[in-house]
Write a protein of this length. Structure first.
Lengths: 171, 442
């Protein structure tokens, strides 16, 4: 999957104003594609370190979890450290943190597990200096897989938390 | 949307029928909780049309009655070309030897009239062939023409109840989630149908994710979780008017997994805040929420006992998903699941005697039942992904979601009876999940 193609598509969607939450970048409230934020319409894309595209593609908008776990391993923490730096340096933005689970579980439990994962990320970002009021969490349980095969290569990609950059007050 | 005309249970009529010498000690009885049984051969004789306008209805009603009974796995409908004598007069005497000769054990006869003001009047009788006597009394139902299926289901419920001693379940509906599209962009919308898949109606559009609908105790309302606000929140929908409202108890947190209390006045639900999920109770009249669990673990999927005194729920407080029972007012919870694996989605039977659940173990999913103290655990199914059982109104059949594996995997609705027999897939036009079975319709 190429992030760039998705970013262009998402930009088109934003231009159409097709979002439920009018102040977010991205393809609408389903969060199906996670954080493919569009350009703010202001400056450049992936090479502009202040842009959400840079956040998504260079820093990385997502981290993965072990089965049934919400703990953050060292790789996840490294990504989140960078996310926190970006967020503190680009204070105009807010973020919606999505928690997801793989299909190997029942529906309600996976909603709760996704909530746990999103909250773990939120707490970590706060501990790294991001103001709590800028962060929100949502769980999609197992409802929005990005990989659809039924084995661990896909499950591991679905056990994720995605930090979706949304517009801040001044933008 | 179509509003079904009300059914009227008509006069109970008794008819004198000549008795034949008994060759069995008692009337026909099938015990459906026992082990493997051979389906009992019955004859659902074509219902007679007492006027020409009733002919199509008579045929259709006969077919639905037969399908209901055969669909239980307990009966086999002896084909009409095997009949020695035909039923040509609803009030005539029954030539028991002719039915005995083709090994029919029970005979259902009926007659249908379409009145000049477009009412259907349906009469039926049930005969125990070996005893050589009627089994119960003849009954008559009346209703509008658009309720012909319900009349057929009510006839079948009567036959089933008299032969099994259990109450029926055919005159009921199922609310579920219709699913279309690929696995990574699934469109979901709420739908309702008769328990056998007929009369599908959509209750929401597919613009946002909807999950796990649940009926009210009288079957007139449905609770479900929807992402239409952008976050999972609980809504209540009136089935008759297809209008919904949010249960605005908590816009600050995610709420899901709702279930009505048996009195229909309070709702249990799960609330996730700060990453922790607990169980709450909402009083519908006052809008007042009350916290029932307070643990750092996940507590969700609550279900009331039918007398409203206890709640069964799932929690991972012990380290993995297990089932717990507590008083309906909260407080201490005792664990009732102890086998290998993880247990979730507990549902208390409407008869109060069993709790159904989803179990995961060694990479497989199962629908199972256990006694309310956790004893006598039995697994009824096994597959790649079975989950979310719902009880038929008589507490003897379960419907659940079975999802197939792989990129083309799709969910479908399946049913199985409490003995583990008669596992079958509901024939439906699309993929479907999260069924919830209504009570028997009044």
């Amino acid at each position: 999957m190429t992030f760039l193609k998705m970013a262009v598509a998402a930009a088109a969607l934003v231009a159409l104003g097709a979002c439920t939450n009018a102040d977010r970048f991205g393809p609408g409230s389903s969060g199906a594609e996670g954080g493919f934020g569009a350009n703010g319409g202001v400056t450049g894309g992936v090479n502009d370190p202040t842009s959400p595209v840079y956040f998504n593609e260079t820093i990385g908008d997502r981290i993965l979890f072990a089965v049934d776990q919400s703990t953050l391993g060292p790789e996840a923490q490294a990504v989140l450290d960078q996310q926190a730096v970006w967020l503190t340096q680009n204070a105009d933005y807010r973020a919606l943190i999505e928690g997801h689970a793989d299909e190997q579980g029942t529906r309600e439990y996976n909603l709760a597990l996704g909530a746990r994962r999103a909250s773990a990320v939120q707490n970590y970002l706060i501990s790294r200096g991001v103001a709590p009021g800028r962060l929100q969490t949502i769980s999609y349980g197992k409802e929005r897989p990005i990989q659809i095969c039924s084995d661990e290569t896909c499950y591991s990609q679905n056990r994720r938390s995605v930090t979706v950059i949304t517009a801040g007050a001044g933008v | 949307m179509k509003v079904l005309s009300s059914l009227v249970l008509g006069l109970v009529m008794t008819f004198a029928t000549p008795l034949v010498a008994q060759e069995r000690s008692g009337p026909l009885r099938i015990e459906i909780t026992q082990g493997v049984i051979e389906p009992v051969p019955i004859a659902v004789a074509p219902f007679l049309a007492e006027n020409a306008a009733a002919a199509d209805f008579a045929r259709q009603i006969t077919a639905v009655v037969a399908a209901d009974l055969v669909g239980t796995g307990l009966f086999r409908d002896v084909p009409k070309n095997a009949y020695i004598s035909q039923v040509s007069d609803f009030n005539g005497s029954v030539p028991y030897p002719d039915w005995k000769a083709i090994n029919v054990e029970a005979l259902v006869t009926g007659a249908v009239t379409l009145t000049s003001d477009k009412r259907l009047v349906v009469k039926f009788r049930l005969f125990d062939i070996f005893t050589g006597a009627p089994l119960g009394e003849g009954l008559q139902f009346a209703g509008g023409t658009d309720s012909w299926r319900r009349v057929a289901h009510k006839v079948a419920d009567q036959v089933y109840a008299r032969i099994t001693g259990e109450s029926g379940y055919f005159d009921s509906r199922v609310v579920y989630v219709e699913e279309t599209g690929p696995k990574n962009a699934r469109a979901k919308r709420l739908a309702i149908m008769d328990y056998d898949g007929a009369n599908i109606q959509f209750l929401t559009d597919a613009s946002s994710i909807v999950l796990a609908p649940r009926f009210s105790p009288t079957g007139d309302r449905v609770l479900f979780t929807s992402y239409e606000s952008g976050f999972p929140q609980i809504y209540e929908l009136s089935v008759g008017t297809v209008t919904k409202r949010p249960l605005q108890m908590d816009v600050e947190a995610m709420t899901f997994a709702p279930r009505y209390a048996p009195n229909g006045q309070t709702v249990l639900y799960s609330r996730a805040e700060g990453g922790n999920t607990d169980i709450f109770r909402l009083d519908l009249a006052s809008g007042q929420p009350t916290r029932l669990t307070s643990a750092p673990s996940i507590e969700t999927a609550p279900s009331f006992s039918p007398d409203g005194s206890k709640i069964v729920f799932e929690s991972d407080r012990s380290g993995n998903q297990q089932l717990y029972v507590m008083s309906a007012t909260g407080g201490e919870a005792s664990r009732i699941s102890f086998g290998q694996g993880r247990y979730g989605t507990p549902v208390w039977s409407p008869r109060g005697d069993f709790i159904a659940f989803t179990k995961q173990n060694a990479g497989r999913f199962h629908i199972g039942v256990m006694r309310t103290d956790g004893s006598q655990e039995r697994l009824l199914t096994a597959s790649f992904l079975d989950e979310g059982p719902t009880w038929a109104p008589n507490g003897r059949v379960l419907m659940f979601t079975r999802e197939s594996a792989g990129a083309d995997g799709e969910p479908a609705l399946f049913s199985v009876d409490i003995s583990g027999r008669n596992l079958k897939r509901l024939a439906m036009p699309t993929a479907a999940s999260d069924p919830a079975w209504s009570p028997l319709l009044p």
